[in-house]
Design a binder for this molecule. Structure first.
Ligand code: C5P
Length: 304
């Protein structure tokens, strides 16, 4: 995520999204959340957020977006992030905050679009107010906003555990290759996370195959890498949103490698070693799924 200070009290943030390259659900916790073990990777594909923050007589948060649905959403995570920042980080000084979001990422896509935006609000406001944003000052706020949010304070590649609170950055040589690309297929389906976890509970006791995360971490060629991508929630998402089966089947038919799913869906993706291969896979996906949005993105982009 890139923060650019424009002039006094105004900033622009290019937000990012994430892919779950590998995701296992260990079990349900007493607090109702699920214990996860997942390899997250940040992509420089996101929304554009503009922020204004200035002293005022009374605190107020104003939000506008080209996505009208978001403007009227009472659970809007950007507004909650700004309110939380006001309550915890503005030292009691009232401020007028205006947020303007140009939305490119889909909601419910499993790539952390809303979480990335919320963390962008925290980082943007903190940078405007203090000149810099320290991870440790924003961590508790991020976790309160959502399980995927702490990861966005680190970005890059990280092993994420707990419900998302333990973030351990790590490097993978393939993901740092300049030519490496992700091909994202956004089918426009909103898969409800809660519904997916409910299906996970319904599948309790059923046998399943789990490739080890270590295989992915040890992969040194793109074919082994793609074959080691795995997501425990995928079978659950295919039941929670049956149209996902059509998407997966279409990609299986045209792609030489198995498609991988991010988060709780609906985004499918592939990782390849060159732009040429990525453009080829993107073309095949567009032909097979004309309604889907297909995006090619540099895998190393977000840390550059
Ligand atoms: O934390 P967040 O608000 O993003 O989670 C949305 C919902 O997804 C939770 O209310 C919970 O039902 C489910 N969830 C979970 N375990 C996680 C993350 C999310 O059960 N690790």
């Amino acid at each position: 995520m890139r923060v650019e200070i424009l002039e006094r009290g105004r900033a622009r943030v290019a937000t990012s999204c994430k892919l779950n390259l590998w995701l296992d659900v260990i079990g349900k916790r007493p607090d109702g959340y699920h214990e996860l073990r997942s390899l997250f990777h940040e992509l420089a594909f996101g929304d554009e957020l503009r922020l204004e923050c200035e002293p005022a007589e009374r605190s107020a948060v104003q939000f506008t977006s080209d996505d009208r649905g978001l403007e009227s959403d009472p659970t809007n995570l950007c507004v909650r992030a700004a309110e939380l920042w006001l309550a915890k980080r503005s030292a009691g000084a009232p401020r007028r905050i205006a947020l303007q979001l140009v939305k490119r990422l889909p909601a419910g896509g499993g790539i952390g679009g809303g979480s990335g935006d919320a963390v962008a609000v925290l980082v943007g406001l903190e940078t405007l107010a203090r000149g810099s944003a320290r991870r440790e000052d924003l961590y508790a706020l991020a976790l309160e906003l959502g399980s995927d949010c702490p990861f966005f304070l680190w970005g890059g590649t990280a092993l994420v555990r707990g419900r998302g609170e333990h973030v351990e950055p790590l490097a993978h040589p393939l993901l740092a290759e300049r030519e490496a690309r992700a091909v994202l297929v956004l089918p426009g389906l909103h898969v409800p996370t809660r519904g997916v976890f409910a299906q996970f509970a319904a599948e309790a006791g059923q046998p399943f195959e789990r490739p080890e995360l270590e295989e992915l971490l040890a992969a040194r060629d793109w074919s082994s890498f793609q074959r080691a991508l795995w997501n425990r929630l995928e079978s659950c998402s295919l039941v929670a949103e049956p149209q996902m089966k059509t998407v997966r089947a279409a990609l299986e038919r045209v792609w030489p490698l198995p498609p991988a799913m991010s988060g709780s869906g609906s985004t499918y993706f592939a990782c390849v070693g060159s732009e040429r291969e990525a453009v080829h896979l993107a073309g095949l996906a567009r032909e097979a799924l004309p309604q889907a949005r297909v995006v090619v993105q540099a895998l190393a982009g977000a840390r550059a």
